[in-house]
Design a protein around this ligand. Sequence first.
Ligand code: GAP
Length: 452
Amino acid sequence: MPQDVVTMDKIVALCKRRGFIFPSSEIYGGLGSTYDYGHYGVLLKTNVKNAWWQAMLSREDIVALDSAILQHPRVWEASGHVGGFSDPMVDCRTCKGRFRADHVADLQCPQKPSKCPGEGPDCDLTEARAFNLMFQTHVGPVQDTASVAYLRPETAQGIFINFKNVLQFSRKKPPFGIAQVGKSFRNEITPGNFIFRTREFEQMEMEFFVPPAEAEQWYQHWIEERRTWYTDLGIRPDHLEIRAHAADELSHYSSGTSDVEYLFPIGWSELEGIANRGNFDLTQHAEFSGEKLEYFDQASGERYVPHVIEPAAGADRATLAFLVDSYDEEEVDGETRTVLRLHPRLAPVKVAILPLVRKEGQPELAREIHDLLRFAMQTEYDEGGSIGKRYRRQDEIGTPWCVTVDHQSIEDRTVTVRDRDSLTQERIAIDDLPALFGGRLAAPWTTPKLAA
Ligand code: GAP
């Protein structure tokens, strides 16, 4: 495997420099591990989420849902989050630091010289205590125990509590799935590594309800589907692996979980989990709510509680993986070029339109081309600075094609199309551009980094 030039520091710097993602509340000194997405970051993450939605909704057996972030507190009792959604935590009485007890060996104490918490001569750690990760708030003006509510720590429960509604209105029967994308919140003790682990993040989760006897088959199906989703979108297959959880790692609800792991600069880490949740969730919510949550097949007279296969992905974590996997540097004419070799479907901007000079009718023609393309795909018009500088900027945001308008364009209505990865330039008639780019965006794509 060729050595990757990418580091987390380079990704963080590029995201800041080009306005993808930056620390939140920066003018107030920031708020630990919260990030804001700028223009290109929004476009990139939206493309990731749209690719996920498309993979889900192009099937006939999945429907969409958007449930509320605030839900009845009993939801979280039934799901096990009130009682069990916690990490073991230790505090240091000296430095006042708070650390995850099971991560201590990988963490650094803020005291100098920095060592693992507990290792320094002045460290004074408490016993480990369970720390619930849910953010608590109050609904309404009175702050008492009756008004307690939680920000959802996962989107999944919003799906389970709507099983009956969706079954009724969607005219689906198992096997079928309900998909949802939305914000989740966890008061992580040790967030970090940029947008890998934050306290506010977006999830893309799908609960697939199946007849119990088909659960294992669908579990295997979804592991393979989800692996292919990442590689079809350009992730190098040798940077992706499926890791089955050992029995002592499984969550309380799971009879089998496999993680899709990606080789981040911090090492192999979870990108997505695919879990066989059995009938745990529907059974719990039926018991706590008193509603029957089961499927009755009128044809066969069969009645059962479906089992659930859940592919649960993070939109921010996937965005980070696509950034990391596409990051590249190469020498061109004695200079280092930084480029994001993103799949064209994920690239924030598909086509940049650049007049070579700001005169001789070139800006006007470039604007005309911009108008020809911009309602079909994300485009950008840029006339500022040298052409080399403008190309470098587009390379850094991952724009697959640059259209350059020059003096010949005025004479024969042709332009040059520069390819981000090969750096080849072809001469194309302006009228052919919509079909050219439309075709390229629809075509399968593999990352040129594989050939490197
Ligand atoms: N419903 C199951 C569930 O929520 P999870 O493994 O806790 O499972 C699913 O979360 C995915 O959500 C993870 O694989 C990860 O991509 C993302 N995720 C979880 N916690 C996160 C955090 N603190 N920051 C960013 N992404 C997170």
